[in-house]
Design a protein around this ligand. Structure first.
Ligand SMILES: [Zn+2]
Ligand SMILES: [Zn+2]
Length: 340
């Protein structure tokens, strides 16, 4: 399924078209993967609607890919034909810059994204550098493993970036696919920490309580206790100010959003230094994922275990899955089942 040009999903509800492409040939350090499942992510909406557009067209989207190694390039020797692997948002990085050397290849100036800079997993086959494919723990089915590769891995990185220690208080603003996985991880990694969730719908709030949040309220509400770390996954600006107000001195707000929409951006002008920033409060964004995040998260998810609820669609119905995601018709993570 290929995207030929950016468009507005409200006007065009079938942005992707079925196309017959030649099976890609793996380069020396690449592997060819026969895809069996690919998760559907909000970032695909950002790509289709031009907020983070593909590098060229047509582009095969999809960056939560599960499949089996079909063929290896002559210099790709770590994986064997038939191995089950996953591919996430990070497709490749230069490997030489200071960020790559430190293991922060997500910050590499030459960072390339799966399904944006190179063809991704909405297809029967894809190639990827072998070093950017990960073995998938056996406890997960293909469909269960797919959504872990994005929402889960980036949630893991966000939680790590809060710098939280066990016993410190965590807040989550917005409670979608990533945040609900973060809550599960936090309960496991920081068993003495209390979690507070800020979400607009009562449905999301009661889900948060079910998963162990000690408190759940509207994003505009004042937190009953000040928080050491907050992760914001909303696409807008107003919750940023609310979150800063709820932070403890020395607390950190981590914004996990690839782009913020312009909606209610004017609230930023209301930032009040003593209320929102004074006392060493910090704001940090989280960008992409490094390989370490994906590997560590898959391992953690298998141990907890974290199994996402999934709703499956055949590849041919990718457009329907995307439109439903846009319209927030969400019953678990959407996953395309591909091939036989
Ligand atoms: Zn680099
Ligand atoms: Zn994603």
């Amino acid at each position: 399924m290929v995207l030929k040009e950016p468009c507005n999903l409200e006007e065009n509800r079938t942005p992707l078209e079925m196309a017959d492409l030649p099976t890609p040939v793996p380069g020396g350090r690449d592997i060819l993967i026969r895809v069996s499942a690919c998760g559907v992510c909000h970032t695909e909406l950002d790509e289709i609607e031009g907020r983070t557009p593909p590098a060229h067209f047509p582009m095969v989207l999809g960056h939560q890919v599960i499949g089996r190694v079909e063929k290896s390039g002559i210099k790709a020797k770590a994986l064997k034909v038939g191995d089950r692997v996953g591919v996430g948002w990070i497709f490749s990085a230069c490997g030489k810059c200071k960020f790559c050397v430190e293991g922060n290849e997500n910050l590499c100036p030459d960072f390339k994204a799966t399904g944006r800079d190179f063809n991704g997993g909405y297809a029967w086959y894809m190639t990827v550098p072998e070093a950017f494919a990960y073995p998938v723990p056996d406890v997960f089915s293909d469909a269960e493993a797919a959504p872990l590769l994005c929402a889960g891995a980036i949630g893991y990185r966000s939680l790590r970036l809060t710098g939280l220690r066990d016993g410190q208080k965590l807040g989550l603003t917005g409670f979608g696919a990533s945040a609900h996985l973060v809550l599960k991880m936090a309960r496991h990694q920081y068993p003495r920490s209390k979690c507070f969730v800020f979400a607009r719908s009562e449905e999301e709030r009661s889900f948060a309580r079910e998963l162990g949040a000690v408190w759940a309220g509207d994003p505009a509400e004042e937190s009953p206790e000040k928080l050491d770390g907050i992760i914001d996954t909303t696409p807008v600006w107003r919750p940023v100010l609310w979150a800063l107000e709820n932070l403890e001195p020395g607390g950190r707000l981590v914004i996990n959003a690839i782009r913020k929409e312009d909606l209610n951006r004017e609230y930023l002008k209301k930032i009040d230094y003593p209320r929102h920033l004074w006392m060493e409060k910090e704001i940090k964004s989280v960008a992409n994922v490094a390989r370490r995040d994906v590997r560590e998260f898959l391992d953690l998810a298998a141990r907890i275990p974290i199994k996402p609820e999934v709703q499956e669609f055949p590849l041919e119905e990718a457009n329907r899955a995307l439109v439903e995601l846009k319209e927030r018709k969400i019953r678990g993570a959407k996953v395309l089942k591909i091939g036989t």
